[in-house]
Design a protein around this ligand. Structure first.
Ligand SMILES: Nc1ncnc2c1ncn2[C@@H]1O[C@H](COP(=O)(O)OP(=O)(O)OP(=O)(O)O)[C@@H](O)[C@H]1O
Length: 921
């Protein structure tokens, strides 16, 4: 990094430009390196192509002085995506497409390319121009990929940015999740693809790393399709995933004899994935990755599992409307003060706990913080002063940080003792335990704040970031360079007086150094001891022996100052790296405190209560509200609370009926969200709640096409339902909204009924089942643990009033047509729908066996027209006289038969005759 920074000089730019101008022949604009005559290229373009050949799948930013340039197809692609002008190097047939921008705007452009899922390789000048024979040497110093980002401008503060390395075999899948900017590193193994996707979805990775040649493997394609945001896919060397090699690599990185402490014994797939992920980080960032100092294994049973579609349906992290945080549970509950806390909270909501002691520990902490409002807000004020410790430490450890990062780290660390002292005074065990890691770093904070100035420059090479008084030698050199400048000013004044040339100036440029400039009109007054250096349009430039001497002193002092400052920066950085594990522990404590404070703020401000979480299999919520819907209601609207009780003994499956728009989905979702919040350690929007631990939450809500997966709405619905039936247990919470609506009524009803029976008889999971099939309420008569509930409405003056109240019993009507009317369907369509509904309700078929539904009321009055219209018949009905059919004769004979006066034999004979007439015997 230091070398990189040293190259950022204007002088380098001049040399490179000169090199540019003297190299007109750069070949044709057919890009691939292999296809061109390398020998005929200029040395610099040869160098470019050599570097590019090592990084073929990246956009190569090639440093040329103060600019990054791109060539060939990279230039074409980048100019379009970045909206920068495409130019050409050289002319005629040898034109090479090229584009570029000043080095200091690189972050912005990197961010854009990463957003498009591309990788960027940064190729820097690693020798000083003119330092040796030939052209400046260049090397790729970092590769930035969607999953390997360190820069604040590219990263969202509240969101994690994970790489997921995957490998698979007969035993299943191994995954490693690595966050380059913070050093978080986890592994897990999965027996099936669904389980793998569940584990990955918790962190929503930006990039997948798979073994060479596997990018198109069905496993990879499916993972990409099933995640809510398709990640970029990179391939890593196959050998890096190989178990023994990966294990050796990990052992050497963590400096341990065995990987058993990381839970990797007997887990070849997880080990392979972890080894490959860490190697990818080291290879792309070209560093030792010291901040990755721990690796933990995620156990499935440790947290409440939600599959990707359930998490999406419940809008836990993102709203379904636009994929943003607003309108999601996270959007409501995130009142954190730091990026660290926001990321922690998102993690807690995507993986709620399954361990009662841990849940209770969080709830105790939230209870204490919720009850002490003044003190809580003081904590918030302190937390706001803490920067992103994880990312600051990560950047500095990976060699990508600058002096501003040191200063920000120093300021943040200096707040920790205050935070620690406040937490140590708490009663809740979890809060108290956070104080420990916060007290370990005052020494580092002190050094950083004493060393770095208040407003250091972004670019290290610009210098001036070490505070006076921190380093004696540096102070001396700085004094010399500034006093040298004073001397130059005195010389200028003296020479003006000596020559009488009042416009005489001492100036500086990189080629000639310091010189005296005299305008043409004053040349007659130039003394003999001036040595002419250069003539320009309006003036002449001179030097003197005295000026040369001072220049030497000033420049030497400035160079020495730069060298010293960079050296001091490296020393400070090394100190940060030494303290990295302690910084990461402190960051973890800050994040936990912040997330708990955020829960407490919501609890206090939104009127939440502490849930009772236990290991029973029941669930009971009194006066429950939907945490998001209640916050979205407009002025004058208020949320109607509802009670829900699920019990394995007598209310395991609740069938919820009610008109459209009544609030069925809302009440079911609020039950799921309440359970999820409770297990994440949050208070819940209810008067009282008792939640028996859930192992998984499943939701099958709404019907969304998944065209990307090539499946129809109904297919998606059935696939998800089948997943639930296979994976739900007695401890699960299942939310099913309108199962079967994606197909014909009879098919849908049959499927819904069979699914409900299966859940009751075989699965035993606590379930809520909303449906428009009123027939389903009959299930309660047959099955002991089925209970019917409906959402009440009132009819008043021909209008439907939604009461939003959940009451026992089944709904008798749908009011779908009333809702359609509310939605503005044309009046004639609404009244025709009413007519059709009446027909349907009075029987399916008319006497002639035709669908009654189509008959218009007016037509019913006229026997001539009976049964003549097709479903949704046209404006001019075609009159066809009813053809006597065998069926209608048989029906007529049946109708005429007086069964109560027949002997059994007569009845049998009649049956046989009718069958013969139908041709079935
Ligand atoms: N308890 C409540 N208090 C206040 N408003 C509510 C309540 N429940 C639902 N609502 C409002 O009613 C709207 C419709 O609710 P919801 O989508 O749950 O109805 P639904 O019965 O599932 O409808 P459909 O059968 O058409 O899917 C919600 O968007 C919300 O604004």
């Amino acid at each position: 990094m230091a070398v990189t920074q040293q190259m950022k000089t204007g002088k380098a730019a001049e040399v490179v430009l000169a090199e540019d101008e003297t190299t007109p022949d750069v070949g044709t604009n057919e890009a691939p390196a292999g296809a061109r005559e390398i020998a005929s290229l200029t040395p610099m373009m040869r160098q470019y192509l050599e570097v590019k050949a090592l990084h073929p799948d990246t956009v190569l930013f090639f440093r040329m002085g103060d600019f990054y340039e791109m060539f060939f197809e990279d230039a074409v692609k980048a100019s379009e995506l970045l909206q920068i002008t495409l130019t050409a190097r050289s002319k005629g047939a040898d034109k090479v497409p090229m584009c570029g921008f000043p080095y200091h705007s690189a972050r912005r452009y990197i961010a854009k390319l990463i957003e498009h899922g591309l990788k960027v390789a940064i190729c820097e000048q690693v020798t000083e121009p003119g330092a040796g024979p030939g052209i400046v040497q260049r090397e790729v110093t970092r590769v930035i990929t969607p999953g390997m980002v360190l820069d604040d401008e590219v990263l969202e503060p509240q969101a994690s940015n994970f790489l997921a390395a995957l490998c698979w075999g007969e035993a299943g899948f191994g995954a490693a999740l690595l966050e380059a900017s913070t050093g978080e590193f986890y592994t897990f193994e999965a027996a099936s693809l669904s389980e793998l996707v569940e584990g990955l979805a918790r962190v929503d990775p930006r990039e997948l790393l798979v073994p060479q040649g596997q990018r198109e493997a069905p496993e990879v394609v499916q993972v990409c399709q099933r995640l809510s945001r398709a990640p970029a896919v990179a391939e890593g060397e196959g050998a890096a995933f190989e178990h023994t090699r990966a294990a050796a690599f990990l052992r050497s990185h963590f400096n341990v004899q065995s990987l058993s402490a990381f839970g990797l014994d007997g887990s070849p797939l997880a080990t392979g994935a972890a080894g490959a992920a860490l190697r990818y980080l080291k290879d792309t960032q070209k560093t030792a990755a010291a901040h990755v100092d721990r690796l933990s294994r995620q156990e499935k049973s440790a947290c409440l599992v939600m599959d990707e579609s359930s998490r999406g349906n419940l809008e836990v992290l993102k709203s379904l409307r636009d994929g943003g945080r607003k309108g999601s549970l996270l959007g409501v509950l995130d009142r954190t003060a730091t990026g660290l806390g926001a990321r922690k909270l998102a993690r807690w909501l995507s993986a709620p706990l399954c361990s009662l002691p841990e849940i209770h520990a969080r709830l105790d902490a939230v209870e204490e913080l919720a009850g002490k409002s003044v003190w809580r807000e003081e904590l918030v004020a302190t937390l706001k002063e803490v920067g992103d410790l994880e990312r600051l430490c990560g950047r500095l450890s990976l060699g990508a940080g600058n002096a501003r990062d040191l200063r920000a780290l120093g300021l943040s660390l200096s707040q920790l003792p205050r935070l620690g002292a406040a937490l140590a005074r708490c009663d809740a065990g979890l809060l108290k335990s956070l104080a420990g890691p916060l007290g370990a770093l005052p020494e580092l904070a002190d050094v950083l704040l004493r060393a770095v100035t208040d407003e250091p420059p972004v670019v290290l090479r610009d210098g001036g970031f070490i505070r006076p008084g921190f380093h004696a030698e540096l102070d001396e050199v700085v004094a010399l360079s500034t006093s040298g400048k004073d001397v130059l000013l005195r010389i200028e004044q003296r020479e003006k007086e000596r020559t009488g040339i009042s416009s005489l100036k001492i100036r500086y440029n990189k080629v000639f150094g310091y010189y005296l400039e005299v305008t043409k009109a004053n040349l007659h007054a130039v003394p003999k001891d001036y040595i002419r250096k250069q003539t320009t349009v309006g003036s002449e430039r001179f030097v003197t022996e005295e000026l040369k001497e001072y220049e030497e002193k000033v420049l030497t002092a400035e160079e020495r100052r730069t060298v010293l400052e960079l050296q001091l920066f490296e020393e400070l950085r090394a100190r940060v790296i030494t303290w990295a594990p302690a910084i990461r522990s402190a960051a973890e404590a800050v994040a936990t405190a912040d997330a708990l404070v955020s829960f407490a703020r919501c609890a206090a401000e939104y009127g939440y209560t502490r849930p009772q979480v236990d290991d029973t299999e029941g669930l009971s919520i009194t006066g429950g509200r939907h945490p998001v819907v209640e916050r979205m209601l407009g002025a004058g609207e208020s949320f109607v609370p509802n009670d829900v009780r699920l019990d394995p003994e007598d209310a395991q499956l609740l069938i919820i009926t009610g008109p459209n728009m009544a609030g069925k989905s809302t009440v079911m979702r609020q039950v799921a969200l309440t359970a999820l919040m409770a297990q994440a350690g949050s208070f819940v929007p209810a008067k009282a709640a008792r939640i028996g631990l859930c192992d998984r939450i499943f939701t099958r809500v709404g019907a969304a096409d998944n065209l990307a997966r090539g499946q129809s709405t109904f297919m998606v619905e059935m696939t998800e339902t089948s997943h639930i039936l296979h994976h739900a247990t007695r401890r699960s919470l299942v939310i099913l909204d309108e199962i079967g609506r994606g197909t014909s009524t009879y098919d849908g009803l049959s499927i819904a009924w069979a699914v409900a029976e299966h859940i009751h008889d075989k699965v035993g999971a606590r379930s809520l089942f909303a449906t428009h099939y009123h027939e389903l309420v009959d299930l309660a008569r047959e099955r002991p643990r089925v209970k019917n509930l409906c959402v009440a409405v009132k009819e008043q003056g021909g209008k439907v009033i939604f009461l939003r109240k959940l009451i026992p019993g089944g709904a008798s009507r749908s009011y779908g047509i009333e809702v359609a009317k509310l939605a503005g369907l044309p009046p004639e369509v609404v009244s025709r729908a009413r007519e059709l509904l009446q027909n349907l309700e009075s029987g399916e078929l008319d006497d002639a066996g035709r669908p009654r539904v189509a008959v218009r009321s007016s037509a019913k009055r006229s026997p001539v027209n009976a049964g003549q219209l097709g479903l949704f018949g046209g404006a001019a009905p075609v009159v066809v006289p009813p053809a006597p059919s065998v069926h209608s004769e048989v029906l007529e004979a049946l109708r005429a038969a007086s069964v109560d006066r027949m002997t059994p034999l007569e009845a049998l004979n009649l049956l046989a005759k009718l069958q013969r007439e139908l041709g079935t015997s």
